[in-house]
Design a protein. Structure first.
Lengths: 245, 251
């Protein structure tokens, strides 16, 4: 480790390439923390957005028209507005409104909490549409067979429709989750110390914008690459022999 | 309810003046038929005559406009009907097998007893393995539907239905999608089932099979039952000109 630190110290002194995150303990600590924040912010938002997608696609099949309309309204709202504005809306407007409603001082959630909520709703809106497309691709006759065996609606969805829909819509889901990971950068705007936020702190202190920009590129390429690799592994693991070729 | 009044000497399945339309198209125009316990009936007729619709109404996959259908004395289209109770009694096998492609043959058979009947897993698995054996697919338990031939899939579908211990089995043109050489293996399975005393209602185009297996043959055309009778007289002494014409074409 020492040798690596020394190498980057030398790189700066001799070549002027200043990567403080490798040889300065404070910078390294805050930068790693920033990456870690991006990772768990992404992970939590991905999980919640998938749950929203599953629930939303289920509600879209409801016989109650007003329920379907509420889901449609939700989708339109979050799909047709920029994620940054959604984040501001939750962090400033919703937080303030809820705080005064419940008489709480200092806000309901912190920036991180609202980033999770906002990003989950944002990606969730797309996930509902993605899952719905998957659900529609499941043959009606397969669902009918389950009906004839006495499955109730929830059992049909949970055990038949959803597992088959998942396999159909994984490529689209993949795209959306990649997008979600990249969109976590908007949390920068409300001072959530994620990768970009800490990179900005570092380059303000050290005047090494160019170096940090390059590092940030690489970080996101690696993070997204890892997510893609994970999704492909998942896709492979649920492949059904003799189905869909 | 009338459920408690049913006794085995009454029809197990009874249709009375059943009318069914899809939009403006009337598919069933007053169909009545009775099936006794243990009876095997075959419904034949030209395509579009409402055969499939008819048996789909029996387990409430289709609703009806008027008339009544009862299974063991229970009104099928009673809004208060517990559909689960009905579907426990009535098994159905489809033309396109409709197995769950993401589950193995054994899992396909076990799922409904576990999920719907909430039966014990060990007991269900024993029964499922016995059923797999009964349809002669012992070595295919862990195969996925996509790895099986049409005839094999259809036999798994029959076993899946039987796992619910139904009192009546519906077969909707179950050999129509099969390769000719696999038709027989499915027909043998059904024949054994009928010999065991299972009440069977079949829609079929296999006339030889119908003649061999059926207690009663019903001929439908344009939404009505034109005539019916036991195979011994039906094929040789059809009275209605429509029946005669149909039989001439296919025999």
């Amino acid at each position: 480790m020492e040798a690596i630190w020394e190498f980057f110290g030398w790189l700066y002194e001799v070549h002027g390439i200043n990567l403080t995150i490798f040889y300065d303990e404070l910078d390294r600590a805050r930068f790693l923390k920033g990456i870690w924040t991006t990772i768990h912010l992404s992970f939590i938002s991905i999980v919640i957005s998938i749950l929203i997608g599953i629930a939303g696609a289920w509600l879209q099949m409801s016989r109650l028209i007003w329920l379907r309309r509420v889901v449609q309204g939700y989708i339109q709202f979050f799909r047709n507005t920029p994620p940054l504005i959604q984040l501001y809306f939750f962090y400033f407007a919703v937080d303030a409104a809820l705080s005064s409603l419940f008489g709480i001082n200092g806000g309901i959630l912190d920036g991180y909490g609202w980033a999770v909520v906002s990003l989950s709703f944002f990606a969730g809106a797309f996930n509902v549409e993605i899952f719905r497309a998957g659900v529609e691709a499941v043959p009606k006759s397969t669902v009918e067979a389950a009906d004839a065996l006495g499955y109730n609606r929830l059992q049909v969805y949970r055990y038949i429709t959803l597992p088959l829909a998942f396999r159909v819509c994984l490529p689209a889901l993949n795209n959306n989750l990649i997008n979600l990971l990249k969109t976590t950068t908007v949390a920068y705007a409300i001072a959530v110390p994620e990768t970009i936020y800490v990179a900005n702190q570092i380059w303000s202190d050290e005047y090494n914008v160019l170096e940090m920009m390059n590092v940030v590129w690489i970080i996101y390429i690696v993070l997204v690459g890892f997510l893609v690799w994970l999704m492909h592994k998942w896709e492979k693991s649920i492949k059904i022999p003799g189905f869909g070729q | 309810m009338s459920t408690s009044t049913w006794t085995p000497d009454q029809p197990i399945v009874s249709l009375t003046d059943v009318h069914k339309s899809f939009g403006n198209l009337e598919v069933l125009k007053g169909v009545s038929l009775d099936v006794m316990k243990g009876e095997v009936i075959c419904i034949i007729g030209p395509s579009g005559s409402g055969k499939s619709t008819l048996i789909r109404c029996i387990n409430a996959l289709n609703d009806i406009q008027s008339g009544s259908i009862s299974v063991e004395g229970q009104q099928v289209h009673d809004p208060d009907l517990d559909k689960l109770e009905l579907r426990k009694k009535v098994g159905m096998v489809f033309q396109q097998y409709n197995l769950f492609p993401h589950k193995t043959a054994l899992e396909n058979i076990m799922m409904a007893p576990l999920l719907v009947l909430k039966q014990d897993k060990v007991e269900v698995e024993q029964r499922a393995r016995a059923l797999i054996k009964k349809v002669r697919l012992e070595d295919k338990e862990d195969s996925y539907p996509g790895e099986l031939s049409g005839g094999q899939q259809q036999r798994v579908a029959i076993a899946r239905s039987l796992a619910m211990n139904p009192d009546v089995m519906l077969f909707d043109e179950v050999t129509a999608a099969l390769d000719p050489e696999t038709v027989n293996e499915v027909l043998i399975t059904i024949k054994e089932l009928a010999a065991d005393g299972m009440t069977c209602i079949l829609v079929t185009h296999e006339m030889g099979f119908a003649r061999e297996i059926a207690d009663q043959i019903y001929f439908t055309d344009r939404g009505i039952i034109v005539e019916h009778g036991p195979p011994s007289t039906f094929f040789s002494q059809a009275k209605d000109p429509r029946t005669k014409e149909f039989l001439q074409q296919i025999l």
